[in-house]
Design a protein around this ligand. Sequence first.
Ligand SMILES: NC(=O)C1=CN([C@@H]2O[C@H](COP(=O)(O)OP(=O)(O)OC[C@H]3O[C@@H](n4cnc5c(N)ncnc54)[C@H](OP(=O)(O)O)[C@@H]3O)[C@@H](O)[C@H]2O)C=CC1
Ligand SMILES: O=C1CO[C@H](CO)[C@@H](O)[C@@H]1O
Length: 277
Amino acid sequence: MTSVPTVTLNNGVSIPQLGFGVFQIEPENTREAVRVALETGYRHIDTAEMYGNEKEVGQAVRESGLPRAEVFVTSKLNNGYHAYGDALAAFARSLEDLDLEYLDLFLVHWPLPGVGDFVETWKAMEEIYRSGRCKAIGVSNFQPAHLERLLRETDVVPVVNQVEAHPYLTQEAVRTFGRENGIATEAWSPIAQGKVLDDTVITAIADRVKRSPAQVTLRWHLQRGDIVFPKSVTPARVAENFRLFDFELTDEDMAAITGLNRDERIGPDPDTFNWIP
Ligand SMILES: NC(=O)C1=CN([C@@H]2O[C@H](COP(=O)(O)OP(=O)(O)OC[C@H]3O[C@@H](n4cnc5c(N)ncnc54)[C@H](OP(=O)(O)O)[C@@H]3O)[C@@H](O)[C@H]2O)C=CC1
Ligand SMILES: O=C1CO[C@H](CO)[C@@H](O)[C@@H]1O
């Protein structure tokens, strides 16, 4: 079976660079989707309390029969639970819903700069980390200014920052800040939910290397060093998105795809997003 490269996080924990995302998979379809992903060879699942399918993710992981240590599971703190005590309780609930002994990675889902104070939230994350029930803690959708505050005012450096990233939003500033401070970048919506797949720069490279536009785009992320977890409920695509390790993009291909950047988001802007579900 294909072995997926790992990235060593700043606390020594290893994360598979390619995983499987479960946003917008209905709870009733999640068990099967995660079963197919694990069967295909994925060993990293990215969920969140916000997605409403933690329970089914946990079920599929347990039913796979794989040793717990072989599957990397990430979940995220939902936006309504940023207060210290709420964050501790929300983590305990996530673990209970997943029905797992520990989480591999727990993230603050959004900084919500207009609501409360994410430094207080991060102090709760540090306590969760110290409890040993979570192997690593990180953030999602943090801008460099948000990260600077965490680095200045708290003790534990986030292991990752999970941000929207794809060829139309290459996130150079966030990625550079991460690289300089030991924070790995995870790219969410890595194929921009399909939006980049008919871009002629990407389709021309795909034709030449005899791979699909999705494979070319995912390979671009991997060669940049970022961590990705494409979502699909279509088994053929789940398999396609896993076949990324038998071809390489040239430096010219990499530069051409990076050159597509238009700083165009498909999701919310972290500086102004303060939504509480
Ligand atoms: N931290 C955050 O704020 C966020 C995190 N995320 C995480 O990132 C993950 C991935 O992002 P997501 O928004 O789901 O978007 P993706 O960029 O992974 O795209 C998913 C969409 O693309 C389709 N698709 C998947 N593979 C292929 C393929 N090979 N060819 C053509 N179409 C394909 C899927 O269709 P189908 O399923 O029908 O096959 C689905 O419609 C999420 O599942 C979640 O874990 C996402 C958003 C925000
Ligand atoms: O993970 C997520 C899925 O997408 C939503 C809408 O863009 C986000 O709010 C959320 O962070």
